[in-house]
Design a protein around this ligand. Structure first.
Ligand code: ADP
Ligand code: S3P
Ligand code: MG
Length: 188
């Protein structure tokens, strides 16, 4: 058992925020694949997109996902598009427990509107872009996930507690009722 937890989902679903809080609660190491790409290249995600283009970013992302999923006992927040490549899906699914953080288009729009760090949303129609990405990616997120977490209500600690309860990870005291919903995904 690797002890790994991998968070997937669209931009703004809360992978980075929830992942960091979850890791803290579980006393695991937290790693964000975008941060790792930035550390390895010495460039920000928007700059990598601007200079090298998305295809090159995806290549870098795959290397990082391959390396990080080989670690033990980590919480990994992936980038929203990490599920696009089959080789990434393979290592994510087989090397840890995959949690899909699910969010509505409206929530994503709200959560990303003040943030200029997502090159794919630098468009005249961010809502349309998010809708398109959701249509294209939802099947992959669902296929890959061991658990699906609805992130509709804005309470990160509650989400963390619900994930811990659902996965049977720790008998933590406190907010066991939660304010979010986690459902086991369909067996594959
Ligand atoms: N459950 C939540 N409810 C409301 N806001 C949230 C929630 N989760 C994350 N956020 C906020 O949304 C923004 C995007 O979150 P982030 O963790 O960067 O998402 P991701 O890594 O999935 O793109 C951040 O400002 C974060 O504070
Ligand atoms: O959805 C995507 O394709 C992307 C999501 C981003 O990560 P977050 O999901 O953490 O915002 C980042 O990897 C890059 O901007 C591309
Ligand atoms: Mg993130």
């Amino acid at each position: 058992m690797s002890g790994n937890i991998f968070l997937i989902g669209l931009m703004g679903a809360g992978k980075t925020t929830v992942g960091r809080a979850l890791a803290r609660r579980l006393n695991k190491r937290f790693i964000d694949s975008d941060h790792e790409i930035e550390a390895r290249t010495g460039a920000s995600i928007p700059l990598i997109f601007e200079i090298e283009g998305e295809a090159s970013f995806r290549h870098r992302e795959s290397e990082v996902i391959r390396d990080l999923t080989g670690l033990q006992d980590i919480v990994l927040a992936t980038g929203g598009g990490a599920i696009l490549k089959p080789e990434n899906r393979e290592v994510l699914r087989s090397r840890g427990t995959v949690i899909y953080l699910r969010a509505s288009v409206n929530s994503i729009l709200q959560r990303t509107s003040h943030d200029k760090n997502r090159p794919l949303l630098r468009t005249a129609d961010p809502r349309g872009k998010i809708e398109q990405l959701a249509r294209e990616r939802e099947p992959y997120y669902l296929e890959l996930a061991h658990h699906v977490v609805e992130t509709g209500r804005p309470n990160v600690q509650s989400l963390v507690q619900t994930i811990i309860n659902q996965l049977g990870l720790a008998a933590s005291p406190g907010d066991s009722a939660g304010q979010s919903e986690v459902v086991p995904n369909q067996p594959k």
